[in-house]
Design a protein around this ligand. Structure first.
Ligand code: AMP
Length: 223
C-alpha cells in the first residue's frame, strides 16, 4: 500500500508517518529528511538543494523525483511505504503514478488553521543526532534542549524561522494544494482533522488505513 501524507508544513506529517511506520511496518520516506541528509553530507545534490530549502522554496522536481525513485526501488518498499512531503507538485504526483506497481493508494490530507501551523513550526525542535521531533508547546523534551531518546542536542531547523515559514506556506498553497483535486478525481483522497493530540490524530489515520486493509483482504478472499 502506498500512503501519501499531504498537508501544509507543520501539520504533523513527520510525526504521524513515524507512527504509521511503527504500527504497520511501511517504511517512511520523507523527502525533507532525505534532502537534509544530502545537505549535511555536502553532496553535489545537497549543494544544489540547500539554497532552495533555506528560502522555503521547492527543490526542482527532477532532483526530488529521482531521489524518491531510487528510494522506492529498495527491497523494504516492495509491500508499501508511507510518503511524507512527496508529492508536492502535479509533476511529482504524475511521476509517482508511473513508479511502482502498487495497487492500493491512500492520500490523507491534514486540515488545520494557519495560526496553529505557524505556532507549531516556531516551537519545533529536532534532535541533531537521531532526528526525533519535539514541540516546545505540546511535546517538550524532559530536559531542556536534550533528546529524550538518545541524549543528542536539540536544534531548530533553519527553515522554521518566521520569514521562511511564511514562504513555505505560500508555496504550499500555490503548488501542493493543487494535488487535492488530482487525488479526489482518483478516488483516493481522505481529508482529516489534523488538530488535536498526536494520538488522537493518529487514531483518525488508523481508521482510514484499517478500512483500506480490510477491504483489500476481502477482495483477496473473493479471488
Ligand atoms: P519538509 O521537511 O517536508 O518540510 O521539507 C523541507 C524542504 O525540503 C522544503 O521546504 C523544500 O525546500 C524541500 N522539499 C522537501 N520535499 C520536497 C518535494 N517533494 N519537492 C520539492 N522540494 C521538497
Amino acid at each position: 500500500m502506498r500512503i501519501i501524507l499531504l498537508g501544509p508544513p507543520g501539520s504533523g506529517k513527520g510525526t504521524q508517518s513515524s507512527l504509521v511506520q511503527k504500527k504497520y511496518g511501511f517504511p517512511k520516506i520523507s523527502t525533507g529528511d532525505l534532502l537534509r541528509d544530502e545537505v549535511q553530507k555536502k553532496t553535489p545534490l545537497g549543494k544544489k538543494a540547500e539554497n532552495f530549502m533555506n528560502r522555503g522554496e521547492l527543490v526542482s522536481d527532477e532532483i526530488v523525483i529521482e531521489m524518491v525513485k531510487e528510494r522506492i526501488r529498495k527491497r523494504d518498499c516492495q509491500q508499501g511505504y508511507v510518503l511524507d512531503g512527496f508529492p508536492r507538485s502535479l509533476a511529482q504526483a504524475k511521476a509517482l503514478q508511473k513508479i511502482g506497481p502498487l495497487t492500493q493508494e491512500l492520500v490523507i490530507d491534514f486540515k488545520m488553521h494557519e495560526k496553529i501551523l505557524v505556532d507549531r513550526l516556531q516551537a519545533r525542535r529536532i534532535c541533531s543526532r537521531c532526528g526525533a521531533i519535539y514541540n516546545l508547546l505540546v511535546h517538550p523534551p524532559r530536559k531542556e534542549e536534550v533528546c529524550d531518546v538518545c541524549g543528542g542536542r536539540l536544534g531548530q531547523r533553519d527553515d522554521d524561522k518566521p520569514e521562511v515559514i511564511k514562504e513555505r506556506l505560500r508555496v504550499y498553497h500555490q503548488k501542493t494544494s493543487k494535488l487535492i483535486h488530482y487525488y479526489q478525481q482518483r478516488n483516493v483522497y481522505h481529508p482529516i482533522d489534523g488538530e488535536g493530540k498526536i494520538l488522537t490524530v493518529f487514531h483518525r489515520i488508523c481508521v482510514i488505513i484499517d478500512k483500506e486493509l480490510a477491504s483489500s483482504a476481502k477482495d483477496e478472499a473473493r479471488r
